[in-house]
Design a protein around this ligand. Structure first.
Ligand code: URA
Ligand code: CA
Length: 437
């Protein structure tokens, strides 16, 4: 088999067979296919697409390209949850203890943040002592004993995806539905998930800005799940504005704790967390219908079981569990600077990407993989879309480290620009657009 023939076949709109896809991915993993041919192949896929069978083959071949977590030693159905990346989205910190408290084991590997989006592992590192690295044995033992563990991705998971993604990033081939779908699903499958709940973001802060493309991506991932025997449900949620009101690592941990304590009612973050959690319970076989699933989760919050589970999970990973009762012990910024409205009207949108970038500029996120982050800093939103404001109202607060006055001034301008005001009342955009099963 020759790589050039496979590239040509895809370039001309042909369907690749399983052997051809395996040849490309094996050559990607072992380095025998050079970057320029892999890039040309990715571009051919970008333009010609892939059918469901090709996409499923690509997914499984990438899943097999490195270590595969065998979570067979964990009792019960392992349901993983994945978000395509958002701003102020701390649902994993809420869902791990919440879903575990309802009896579904959560064995989760998460990543770090890059660019305008945050990462669960960075957030967890703001908890003093919390170890994000566990051996596979410790991970499995903890999930069986406590019900939940959230760790940094271990081992050599999907090296083919790593390689291919780095090439796609610099060859304008990220935005391809079969390539994104196979990239996401291969990682979930290699991580040992039996079933998967996906939160596909749509809008300003998301990979997919249009609803049509977001639905197409969701359908592609659900189809892969069904082709390879891992039941998958995708919820399409809005990312036109940040999900939670806090953006920044320790700030988001504090907000997650408030949700788990039942102190945040009716907020978008709580609503999306309960919705994703309910689908996790359904896939995990712990509820007979959606309404019952939501009821179980609400009860776990009201009874304090979810909060206790968070303490157990933190303690099991070496962290200081009493930050749940005393969140003021978490890292905090030196100064809080309000951002005031400079006009009046109804808030039409709070652009998620701009807010995420402003938080990154304050030190809450990374512009490049090597950047160090400042765990206490970030942004807290005081207003959301649909609300009316007058000149001088506090729209948001910047949580800033000492010596960052210049960064704070720039971030203040970015935050102000992210708030788009309209002259007439505006309906906030929907939070949930569709569920694809
Ligand atoms: N996230 C991924 O993991 N892979 C992609 O290709 C895009 C987003
Ligand atoms: Ca189905």
């Amino acid at each position: 088999m020759r790589t050039v023939d496979i590239i040509r076949k895809k370039r001309d709109g042909g369907e690749l067979n399983s052997e051809e896809i395996a040849f490309i991915i094996r050559g990607c993993t072992d380095g025998s296919i050079p970057d320029y041919q892999l890039s040309a192949w990715a571009m051919a896929v970008y333009f010609q697409g892939m059918n469901a069978r090709e996409t499923a083959d690509l997914t499984m071949e990438m899943a097999r390209s490195g270590d595969q977590m065998d979570l067979g030693a964990i009792h019960g159905i392992k349901v993983d949850k994945h978000s395509t990346g958002g701003v102020g989205d701390t649902t994993t910190l809420i869902l791990a203890p919440l879903v575990a408290a309802a009896g579904v084991p959560v064995a989760k590997m998460s990543g770090r943040g890059l660019g305008h989006t945050g990462g669960t592992i960075d957030k967890l590192e703001s908890i003093p002592g919390y170890r994000v690295e566990l051996s596979k044995e410790q991970f499995v033992e903890q999930v069986n004993r406590v019900g939940a563990a959230v760790i940094s991705q271990t081992g050599n998971i999907t090296p083919a995806d790593k390689k291919l993604y780095s090439l796609r990033d610099v060859t304008a081939t990220v935005n391809s539905i079969p390539l994104i779908a196979s990239s996401v699903m291969s990682k979930k499958i290699a991580s040992g998930a039996d079933a998967i709940v996906l939160d596909v973001k749509t809008g300003n802060g998301a990979f997919m800005k249009s609803l049509e493309e977001s639905i197409e991506l969701a359908e592609a991932m659900v189809a892969i799940g069904s082709q390879v025997g891992r039941e998958t449900v995708a919820v399409i949620t809005g990312m036109d504005e940040p999900l939670g009101s806090s953006i920044g690592n320790a700030l988001e941990v504090k907000e997650a704790i408030r949700v788990l304590k039942g102190e945040e009612t009716g907020t978008p973050l709580r609503k999306v967390a309960l919705m994703l959690g309910a689908h996790m319970l359904l896939l995990g076989g712990k509820a007979k219908d959606y309404v019952q699933a939501v009821g179980i989760l609400e009860e776990a919050i009201t009874s304090g079981a979810a909060c206790n589970k968070l303490k157990e999970m933190i303690a099991a990973q070496g962290g200081k569990a009493d930050i749940v009762d005393f969140p003021e012990q978490l890292p905090a910024a030196d100064t809080i600077i309000p951002v005031h409205a400079d006009g009046e009207g109804w808030i039409e949108s709070v652009a998620a990407e701009e807010i995420g970038l402003a938080a990154m500029n304050l030190g809450a996120g990374r512009a490049t993989k090597e950047d160090k982050i400042d765990l206490g800093v970030g942004i807290v939103l005081h207003k959301r879309s649909g609300e009316r404001v007058v000149r001088g109202d506090t729209l948001a607060e910047l949580h800033v480290s000492a010596g960052r006055a210049e960064a704070a001034e720039a971030a203040g301008k970015q935050v102000l620009a992210a708030f788009r005001l309209a002259e007439r009342p505006v309906e906030p955009k929907p939070l949930v657009y569709a569920v694809v099963t």
